[in-house]
Design a protein around this ligand. Structure first.
Ligand code: FES
Length: 175
């Protein structure tokens, strides 16, 4: 059996040598999910989505294990993770508000709305509020251009969002 870096033999209470897996949770999750997809590099995006679903983010600690499982360089994996805005390096808050800043929403004052949200929550895009309730992210088109400016609150798209509506959304997230 091949030992990973963090696997080792340890003496248990009875003095027997026992194999203990000391791999970080992140690396273990990465290996298990990659295996579910047959360690196929072509499934990298699906694997990353599953990993983020399980861990709440794509932590750096998972990348070496994932690279090894898929027989790819860590730089390649890192490149994909950083290319897609959907992948987070830190766990999100209990709710994620995605604010659209693509053309149609920009023409309906999306940037002003984003500035208002940043001021109101005291965080910047990509950050989570101190109480862990809300993460805000930018997104480019939610397919709801006719009702711009649009935002997505967790899985729900909301259109024609102005400051008053946004305050209500935030209050709901914090309740
Ligand atoms: S541009 Fe914002 S929903 Fe399409």
């Amino acid at each position: 059996m091949e030992f990973t870096v963090r696997q080792c033999h340890e003496l248990d209470m009875s003095g027997k040598h026992t194999l203990i897996d000391k791999s970080p949770r992140e690396a273990t999750a990465a290996r298990e999910i990659a295996l579910r997809y047959g360690n196929q590099p072509d499934a990298l995006l699906e694997i990353l989505h599953d990993l983020q679903h399980e861990l709440g983010c794509i932590p750096e600690a998972a990348l070496p294990a994932l690279a090894k499982a898929l027989n790819r360089s860590r730089a390649e994996i890192h490149g994909v993770v950083t290319f897609y805005h959907d992948f987070r390096h830190e766990a999100a808050g209990r709710h994620v508000i995605r604010l659209c800043r693509a053309e149609a929403c920009q023409s309906m004052k999306a940037n002003e709305l984003i500035a208002m949200v940043e001021r109101f929550l005291q965080v910047r895009l990509g950050q989570t509020t101190a109480d862990g309730a809300i993460t805000i992210q930018e997104v480019f088109c939610l397919g709801n251009c006719a009702l711009a400016p649009a935002v997505m609150v967790d899985d729900r798209v909301v259109g024609r969002v102005d400051a008053a509506r946004m305050e209500k959304i935030i209050a709901e997230c914090r309740s």
